[in-house]
Design a protein around this ligand. Structure first.
Ligand code: ADP
Ligand code: MG
Ligand code: MG
Length: 514
């Protein structure tokens, strides 16, 4: 069945039609904020000294067909996944045992763990944690059966693209529904008949989580009391700023919550914790208005997920400063660590303790089995395990990807490169990596991408679906808010191993369910 859906999709375009569609999309994108700051390589040095330029985010010209059953299953599982990762985060002992093994081979993980221990030693003053998660999947094709939903990874920090993804859905919706003869619109195709991409509530869901945390924080702890605000911690030179601003706008316009974006290198200059106050409120002093400080209820990290962002001990000092404050962290250090690829591999282990059932006590066992079904086989590289043989054998390596404990794309080793890579690093370091079987989405799907240098590429593609979820919980395991909603489809050339839009591999896309 899948075969026939992908055949002759997307409809072909004459050169004039394609040019027209591309022009329409470029204009739509800028008009609606479906944009990114241009990569430095597109702006030769000195040509944009004041950084005023923005460009169309990489997008597909057409929505991609995606199996409805997989899409619905991903949505149905999200709140259980939220609970799973909240519960793991609360189990410091279980988490610590796994992290312990990574500490001697991974400085970044070691430093995160140290940050947690330092704050624990002093005592945490905030019981609540906020998660803004994204669970990523592919629709795995098997010979005769219906496609199966398989998880690529679960993200617990800086889960991005909710803002732009909702806009791509609107772009494709507009192109599908504009009457023929109008400036927008696609050539006809059977898949377009009375079919539009499902609603995408990513912005509402993610801001809803932040707003729930803001409210749960309660009144100002400062004396005298201060007005309350949310802080987004962002990277210097962030190109994906409009994605963040979509959440910011929803928080200010709809929830009426003040939000400020602070570059991570400025945290120690612009925020403080009064030394004399044991409740440790985090006070933000806006540089543009130093006489009106705010107390921060919630710190949302769109930074600090990658080791290269910690340039000196000052960055670790800033991270510790946030962690020890009374602000609700999204995520806490422990919640960030729960998203390690190693944790996902341990959860997927087919034998040994049933971690899923113990973390999701009280959950319907059939739901737990549905979660388990989304796991692709994953292995450690220990001497006794199967993973080592699979990774070192050139033939079996072809069916696998090797992952370190990193986020943000561009860190994995693929297929034929795995054996040589492993042999090039000390064997003692192998325990910092996990081996995962490759998921195989439909082989004959096609789409056309408009890259952000204006290049238009048509070809076979692979799509990755992300579903957003948000959860607010306390350290005793009480859940105050647990919600799912909104999705992301990223599409890349079939021959490309890596994923990630920001990393330059994929384009933003939307789904047409079949
Ligand atoms: P990151 O946290 O850096 O995004 P991922 O686990 O998502 O790491 O891997 C990056 C990309 O590698 C994914 O977006 C996907 O394109 C590809 N990838 C990862 N795991 C698999 C897998 N099991 N099967 C197929 N592709 C994968
Ligand atoms: Mg990730
Ligand atoms: Mg990923």
């Amino acid at each position: 069945m899948t075969e026939s859906i992908y055949a002759n999709y997307p409809p072909s375009l004459s050169p004039t039609q394609q040019e027209f569609l591309v022009t329409t999309i470029k204009d739509w994108a800028i008009q609606n904020g479906l944009a990114v700051r241009p990569p430095p390589t597109y702006v030769p040095e000195g040509t944009d000294p004041n950084r005023v330029l923005a460009t169309t985010a990489p997008v597909t010209l057409f929505p991609s067909p995606f199996p409805r059953s997989c899409f619905q299953e991903a949505e149905a599982l999200q709140t259980a996944y939220n609970r799973l990762y909240a519960t793991i985060t609360n189990d410091e002992k279980w988490l610590g045992k796994i992290i312990e093994d990574l500490i001697d081979v991974d400085d970044f993980v070691a430093n995160l763990w140290k940050t947690h221990l330092a704050v624990k030693e002093e005592g945490y003053v905030q019981d609540l944690s906020l998660g803004l998660f994204r669970s990523d999947y592919m629709a795995h094709e098997t010979a005769n059966n219906a496609p199966e939903l398989k998880q690529v990874e679960f993200n617990t920090i800086s889960s991005s693209f909710g803002g732009l993804s909702a806009l791509v859905r609107s772009l494709h919706y507009d192109l599908l529904t504009s009457p023929p003869g109008f400036s927008l619109s696609y050539p006809p195709h059977p898949l377009f008949e009375s079919n539009v991409p499902p609603e995408n509530t990513a912005v509402e869901t993610l801001s809803g989580g932040l707003a729930a945390a803001h409210i749960a924080y309660g009144p100002s702890k400062s004396s005298p009391k201060l007005p309350l605000a949310i802080l987004f911690i962002v990277q210097d030179g962030e190109r994906n700023v409009f994605d963040q601003l979509a959440l910011l706008k929803r928080l200010t316009d709809f929830h009426k919550i003040p939000v400020f974006r602070v570059i991570s290198s400025k945290i120690l200059d612009q925020t403080s914790i009064p030394a004399s106050d044991p409740s440790r409120p985090l006070v933000y002093t806006p540089p543009h208005s130093p006489t009106t400080p705010f107390e921060v209820t919630t710190v949302y990290l769109r930074a600090y997920y990658s080791p290269d962002e910690y340039k000196s001990s000052r960055d670790w000092e800033a991270r510790t400063h946030l962690e020890r404050s009374a602000a609700i962290k999204c995520p806490t250090v422990l919640n960030q660590l729960s998203g390690c690829k190693k944790i996902q591999q341990v959860l997927a282990e087919p034998s040994g303790p049933d971690h899923l059932s113990s973390f999701l006590k009280g959950t319907d066992s059939s739901l737990i089995e549905r979660l388990r079904k989304t796991f692709a086989p994953q292995y450690d590289l220990s001497e006794s395990g199967q993973g080592r043989d699979l990774a070192l054998n050139p033939e079996s390596a072809l069916k696998h990807v090797l992952k370190p404990q990193r986020e943000g794309g561009g860190n994995n080793v693929y297929k034929s490169e795995i054996p040589g890579f492993l042999k090039s690093i000390p064997e003692a370091d192998w325990k910092g990596w996990v081996l995962m079987e490759l998921i195989n989405p439909a082989a004959n799907a096609e789409n056309v991408a408009l890259r952000n240098d204006g290049e238009v590429l048509r070809g076979n593609v692979i799509s990755e679906l992300g579903v957003y979820g948000t959860i607010l919980w306390d350290n005793k395991g009480n859940v105050l808010h647990n919600d799912q909603g909104g999705w992301l489809l990223r599409t890349k050339g079939k021959e490309v191993n890596e994923g990630g839009v920001a990393a330059g591999f994929s384009s933003l896309d939307s789904v047409l369910l079949f």
